[in-house]
Design a binder for this molecule. Structure first.
Ligand code: HXC
Length: 515
């Protein structure tokens, strides 16, 4: 009879073999690519000694194409629980050294089991994706596995934060689960995401393209907007995730953890950031740094649709979501991509009890055939929907321009803003003074002897009449016209008095946003 000690030694041996994943040669290949192994990634991301693994002994049940003879340790995925900065998380990591991290039914079931656990325990789920997609030899079993993951991503959406890391080539189904999650992290030179890879493109379309050009980290951080955070290296990526986790709650019934408030540290004077000339650009992130605790701001989707800035900071020690037009890029206009970017972020903040501070300075929606044909009506409507739907505290500060549809869309009083502040430099009008004068005074300008002089005069008249915050304030659409230096203290006060805000909506199964 074997003793307990012998059984323990046998267990350790079994575990050690499985923990080697695809074996030394496959691991060496992984290391040569500058990557950590799946297990190393988990250990680097979680608090020291906090990881507990489950389902290590699960085996695949493929019986075709020689699979019956293949041993796939852990079926190519590691699952478990741990903590990040003391907060519990559920986690899985696909192991590319085992059949390319490809997803068979048992592999998928390990993932869905830990997802179910996360949803029950109400803690974030983190997925480290590194996979060639559906395991081709398993056929429909693999497709079923993906479907079961997507279903859970959707059910968990808005209940627990879902975070995806792309740490290798992710093809086919391997990219749709990340696309359904809240935050996608990519790493330079390592991350690749595509539906069909270069081989398929070559076969079907006869075109040659590298994996990097097709769906590398930069492509998704700058062009597609599929990635929310771009990191230079895996350690940089893990540091960013820790920062994010520190700023968001573990589930939708909690608020993010409050920490000791800090005064801003930025050296710039808030009154000198925004130029008086409404056509002069500036970096709105400096305004955010003037009002956020410690001048700290975690920007999201920094490289994509940069005409709008979104991200988390803290005010009075509590997490706040900032949405701000960026006059430095395209004058801060709203367009298809910036509307998509902001709308999704607003919905995240609303789902997870994070108040939203909106900073407004933009000339409206971007005109032009390209935007119209790209569906700016549908995309732009997402902003209207997201702000109107949100019931968390919503506060707006108009810094300078608030023209046309943009005035309404950027969390106006009319979409349910709780507090509306405007700097004295605010211009609230249907459109810019030049455009407005050219339309409403067209006849006078055409008939004038000196058309330019008349145009200038009418522009001035329009500016005096409408391009200021006082008309809107006289109608109660703006609550206070404030000095820039009062912004932080008024926002802190507004957030303090909104802390117990309660707002109900009519009973419905769900709305139908303009997806
Ligand atoms: C089974 C796979 C696999 C897959 C990779 N492998 N992808 N096995 N099913 N989908 C295996 C390879 O056979 C190889 O096994 C090992 O993983 C490493 O793969 P390599 O090709 O050597 O690695 P690399 O050169 O780095 O290329 C990685 C890759 C490439 C770009 C991901 O493997 C690839 O193009 N794979 C197929 C991608 C794809 O088209 N997937 C879509 C599946 S359909 P050995 O034994 O040689 O080490 C899908 C539909 C779901 O996902 C739709 C849901 C909506």
């Amino acid at each position: 009879m074997t003793s307990l000690r012998q059984n323990i030694l046998a267990l350790r041996k079994k575990k050690a073999i499985i923990e080697m994943g695809g074996g030394e040669a496959a691991i060496e290949k992984q290391v040569a690519m500058g990557k950590l192994t799946a297990r190393e990634c988990i250990l680097a991301l979680l608090d020291k000694d906090s990881f507990h693994e489950y389902d290590l002994f699960v085996e695949h049940d493929g019986r075709d194409f020689g699979m019956e003879k293949k041993v796939l340790p852990g079926d190519g995925v590691i699952t478990g629980t741990g903590t990040i900065l003391g907060a519990p998380v559920c986690i899985y990591a696909q192991d590319f050294t085992v059949a390319g991290g490809s997803l068979g039914l048992k592999h998928a079931r390990k993932i869905t089991k830990i997802m179910d656990h996360a949803l029950k325990m109400k803690c974030p789920i983190i997925g480290i994706n590194d996979s060639g997609g559906a395991r081709i030899q398993e056929g429909v079993g693999a497709l079923a596995g993906y479907g079961e993951i997507f279903y859970r991503n959707t059910i968990a959406s808005g209940v627990i934060p879902q975070i995806s890391l792309i740490l290798g080539p992710c093809a086919g189904g391997a990219v749709y689960s990340p696309a359904l999650t809240d935050f996608v992290f990519v790493v330079e030179n390592i991350s690749k995401m595509f539906i069909t890879g270069p081989n398929v493109i070559k076969t079907v379309l006869g075109e040659d393209i590298s994996m990097e050009d097709l769906g590398g980290a930069r492509v998704h951080a700058e062009i597609t907007g599929n990635a929310h955070f771009y990191a230079q290296s895996e350690p940089d990526c893990f540091a960013q995730i820790k920062k994010l986790i520190s700023l968001i709650p573990g589930n939708n019934s909690q608020r993010a953890k409050k920490i000791t408030p800090k005064e801003p540290t930025i050296k710039k004077n808030i009154e000198q950031i925004v130029p008086a000339d409404p056509k002069q650009p500036y970096d709105v992130r400096d305004v955010i740094r003037c009002i956020a605790d410690g001048s700290e701001f975690l920007e999201i989707q920094e490289l994509w649709a940069a005409n709008i800035v979104i991200g988390f900071g803290r005010m009075g020690g509590e997490t706040v979501g900032f949405v701000a037009n960026q006059p430095m890029v395209l004058a801060g206009v709203l367009d298809c991509d910036s509307s998509d970017k902001a709308a999704r972020f607003i919905r995240f903040c609303d789902a997870f009890n994070i108040p939203i501070v909106t900073l407004e300075d933009m000339p409206g929606y971007l005109p032009g055939v390209d935007q119209e044909h790209a569906g700016v009506i549908r995309h732009g409507a997402k902003m209207l929907y997201a702000y109107s739907e949100a019931t968390v505290p919503k506060i707006t500060v108009i810094l300078r321009k608030a023209y046309g549809g943009g005035y309404i869309a950027m969390n106006s009083r009319h979409l349910g803003a709780d507090f509306m502040f405007a700097w004295p430099s605010a211009e609230i009008a249907v459109m810019g003074p030049e455009g407005a004068a050219n339309i409403i005074f067209r006849k006078e300008i055409m008939e004038a002897e000196d058309q330019d002089a008349m145009r200038q005069e009418k522009v001035k008249e329009y500016i005096e009449k409408f391009a200021n915050p006082y008309v809107a304030a006289s109608k109660g659409f703006i609550d206070s016209v404030i000095e820039p230096k009062e912004t932080r203290s008024l926002l802190l006060h507004a957030l303090q008095v909104s802390a117990l805000k309660g707002e109900s909506r009519p009973q419905k199964k769900h709305g139908i946003p303009p997806f």
